[in-house]
Design a protein around this ligand. Structure first.
Ligand code: NAD
Length: 485
């Protein structure tokens, strides 16, 4: 049986106590691999290695050499593209045709973009008069924050983990990563990449394990200088509490309940195509995905019927079938959670336009964690599936009459991560975008990303912004030096 190990101080290791847990293939429900379960010994060893590396070979490396190494990591991910693709698809159940275009290329790009940021960023400097008629000169320098704990989720495992590891390492920090227990493999595979390209031992460490055990031990460790976390809002609250001990910095990228606003003057084909992607891509397991769709009343029926027509053609199936649009959701527990929301929607009186349950799959896939692409209408704004993040392939569509009304509906949520607006009226697009409380607003598009831009959520969707030079704010300490001339 294949096993997935920790990567600590440049070595692949089992747990000292020899414990493993199961990694299940979400397409078949069968055992995929055994994963080492990290406890105190492994967390302590990884943090100690990361701390030592700050003053060792890694810490002493010149910026140019570090930048070159970041590029080498990206190139090696590209060289091992097929290994990463296979591992990511088996862990998550997502089809090749998603991971090939999104997860793996972005995993590599996350190292290049932050290497470029480090090369090009400018420090600030000010001159001013002093009270005694002379001058002072102030300038700032950045230094790495130290040992960064990276805790990542299962929906885009390599992409979201490297989104943090890339800038953390480019800035000269060392990292201890705890990936999600349901998608452990690509994080360990990245350890092979680090070894191959010559990243000094201790700069990149992985402790595999469960959130309630390994995650807790890591966030509580006194030698962790900052924690960067992507995951559920409830977990984010716990991590923020852990960070209060020792007054450590935290960056939180959390849940969402993202609205799409479709005005009657939109390009209908574009609105359908992009909303289809934003609702159903990756089986709806994208933090930036749409779960609430608001459509201007006079095109409501047309929009609902066209989205239904498009979504009813979704082909469910196995990852390596290039004609498959959608895989299962990531785990049995998540399938049960999504199906519970489907039941609640029914009980609360939703009109089920499409789906609403679990599909019948054939052969090996009969035990996979598949759920039906689902569209509801007719629920009040207070309904559970309109309020709570489902994180599945589903959306509720509601009509609206005025701009003011839809802005109010879109903002009536505890979250504020992303939103989309479809209209051909440029004034209206800018006006509405400025009034929506979310970290990202896409106009006539979805998931177009320039990695230099600020990324993060408002309200319950997170704290802080990462991306381009915004990541430097989190991954470095800024020091001001003042000299009297
Ligand atoms: P999760 O919060 O359950 O788990 C995320 C990570 O935290 C995992 O590695 C888990 O093991 C760990 N963890 C759990 N409890 C912990 C604890 N007490 N201490 C330390 N670590 C702990 O989230 P998930 O189910 O893996 O991911 C889905 C969620 O992530 C959704 O809510 C989604 O919206 C959110 N998400 C947000 C973004 C964003 O950029 N804002 C991106 C992707 C996913």
């Amino acid at each position: 049986m294949k096993k997935v190990q920790h990567y600590i101080n440049g070595q692949f290791l089992d747990s000292k106590c020899g414990e493993f847990f199961d990694n299940i293939n979400p397409m078949t429900g069968q055992l995929l691999s055994k994963v080492a379960l990290g406890r105190e010994d492994e967390v302590n060893a990884a943090v100690a290695a990361a701390k030592a590396a700050l003053t060792g070979e890694w810490g002493q490396m010149k910026l140019n050499d570090r930048i070159a190494l970041m590029y080498e990591i990206a190139n090696e991910i590209d060289r091992r593209f097929d290994d990463f693709l296979e591992a990511e698809c088996l862990d998550t159940g997502k089809p090749y045709n998603i991971a090939r275009h999104i997860d793996i290329p972005r995993g590599a790009a996350n190292f290049k973009v932050f290497a470029d940021t480090m090369k090009s960023h400018a420090d600030e400097a000010y001159q001013a008069d002093t009270p005694d008629g002379r001058k002072m000169f102030n300038y700032s320098v950045r230094k790495p924050k130290g040992v960064i704990a990276v805790i990542s989720p299962w929906n885009l495992p390599l992409l979201l983990m490297t989104w943090k590891v890339g800038p953390a390492m480019a800035c000269g920090n060392t990292v201890v990563v705890k990936p999600s227990q349901v998608t452990p493999t690509t994080t360990s595979l990245l350890g092979e990449v680090m070894s191959k390209v010559g990243v000094p031992a201790g700069a990149y460490n992985v402790v595999q394990g469960k959130g309630s055990i390994t995650g807790n031990l890591l966030t509580a460790h006194k030698d962790i200088d900052a924690i960067t976390f992507t995951g559920e809002t409830k977990t984010g609250e716990m991590i923020m509490q852990a960070c209060s001990k020792g007054v450590r910095d935290v960056s939180l990228e959390l849940g969402g309940k993202n609205p799409a606003i479709i005005f009657a003057d939109c390009d209908m084909d574009k609105a359908i195509a992009e909303t289809y992607r934003s609702v159903f891509a990756n089986s709806g397991q994208v933090c930036l995905g749409t779960e609430r769709v608001y459509v201007e009343r006079r095109i409501f029926d047309e929009f609902v019927s066209k989205l239904k027509e498009r979504a009813s053609k979704i082909k469910l199936g196995i990852y390596n079938d290039e004609t498959v649009d959608m895989g299962p959701v990531v785990s049995a527990a998540h399938r049960d959670k999504v199906l519970e929301f489907y039941d609640i929607a029914k009980k609360e009186g939703a009109n089920i336009i499409l789906g609403g349950g679990a599909p019948k799959m054939e052969g090996d896939l009969a035990n996979g964690f598949f759920v039906e692409p689902t569209i509801w209408t007719g629920l009040p704004e207070t309904a559970t599936v309109v309020k709570e993040e489902v994180f599945g392939p589903c959306c509720h569509i509601a009509p609206f009459d005025t701009e003011e009304e839809v802005i109010k509906m879109a903002n009536d949520t505890k979250y504020g991560l992303a939103s989309t607006i479809f209209t051909q009226d440029l004034d209206k697009a800018h006006r509405v975008a400025s009034k929506i409380d979310s970290g990202i607003v896409w106009i006539n598009s979805w998931f177009l990303r320039d990695l230099r831009t600020a990324f993060g959520g408002m309200k319950g969707s997170g704290i802080g912004r990462e991306g381009g030079h915004h990541s430097l704010e989190f991954y470095t300490e800024l020091k001001n030096i003042c000299i009297k001339m």
